[in-house]
Design a protein around this ligand. Structure first.
Ligand SMILES: [Zn+2]
Length: 244
């Protein structure tokens, strides 16, 4: 890759980073109002509610150009925007230097972006989107078909085992404690991750995920009563995607 390629990948990643940030922050607004989604209304300043024009949405550059303030009301723009843009930019460069640029890699990259969205949703709101999990399942099956790393059968068994293993653990937990120990979202998300990596990696995903969730729980300042298990298995899967 040439230097310009790195720059292009970094910028594409920054666009995804900006998208992920608005998706996650809109999710927190959605908890109060049902009218906000990822596509409507158009991006707006959370302070003065004015709609942002396309030049104000260019990642990183717009932040520098606007000096970190809203064009209209001069309220500071959250630095977390810049953080996500740079972070996903770096991730994207790392991804496409590890994997060749091909249709398979692009699909795999989209899977990673969807997993990152779930990681953040679960970490911030203990929430996992069923639509995102289903999208990962579909992409996982297509990937198994196109890529010869795992077979479609392995991927499909992963889907079934991923779902049923957590479902079974929850049934056992429920019979002892008479309440749900694991959220529904976790079943589908694990099923999705095992569709991507195949059933043979179910063990490493769950084990790695448990360790990560526990670490997050221990270092987290806001002590939730629940472990962000989805965040853990998401991280473990991202790591394994780079490893296999
Ligand atoms: Zn404003």
């Amino acid at each position: 890759m040439f230097f310009i390629d790195y720059l292009i990948f970094f910028f594409i990643g920054a666009i995804f980073g900006s998208f992920i940030h608005s998706f996650v922050s809109r999710q927190s607004l959605k908890l109060d109002s049902s009218e906000i989604s990822i596509i409507s209304p158009r991006s707006f300043c959370p302070h003065c509610k004015k709609t942002l024009t396309p030049p104000m949405l260019i990642p990183i550059f717009s932040y520098i150009f606007l000096k970190g303030k809203c064009w209209y009301c001069k309220s500071p723009i959250k630095t977390s925007y810049l953080f996500y843009e740079i972070l996903i930019g770096i991730f994207t460069v790392g991804f496409f230097t590890t994997f060749d640029v091909s249709w398979v890699s692009i699909l795999k990259y989209i899977v990673c972006i969807l997993i990152i969205m779930q990681i953040l949703l679960d970490y911030k709101f203990l929430l996992l989107s069923t639509n995102i999990s289903i999208s990962i399942i579909l992409l996982g099956l297509v990937l198994a078909f196109l890529d010869n790393k795992i077979s479609v059968i392995d991927s499909f068994i992963g889907l079934c085992l991923g779902y049923s293993s957590l479902w079974l653990i929850n049934i056992i937990f429920k019979s002892i404690k008479s309440k749900d120990g694991i959220g529904d979202g976790d079943f589908i998300f694990l099923a999705a991750l095992c569709t991507v990596l195949g059933y043979k990696l179910l063990g490493p995903i769950v084990l790695g995920g448990s360790v990560v969730s526990l670490l997050i729980y221990l270092i987290s300042a806001k002590k939730n009563k629940l472990l962000p298990f989805g965040t853990g298995i998401g991280f473990a899967t991202l790591f394994l995607i780079f490893l296999i």
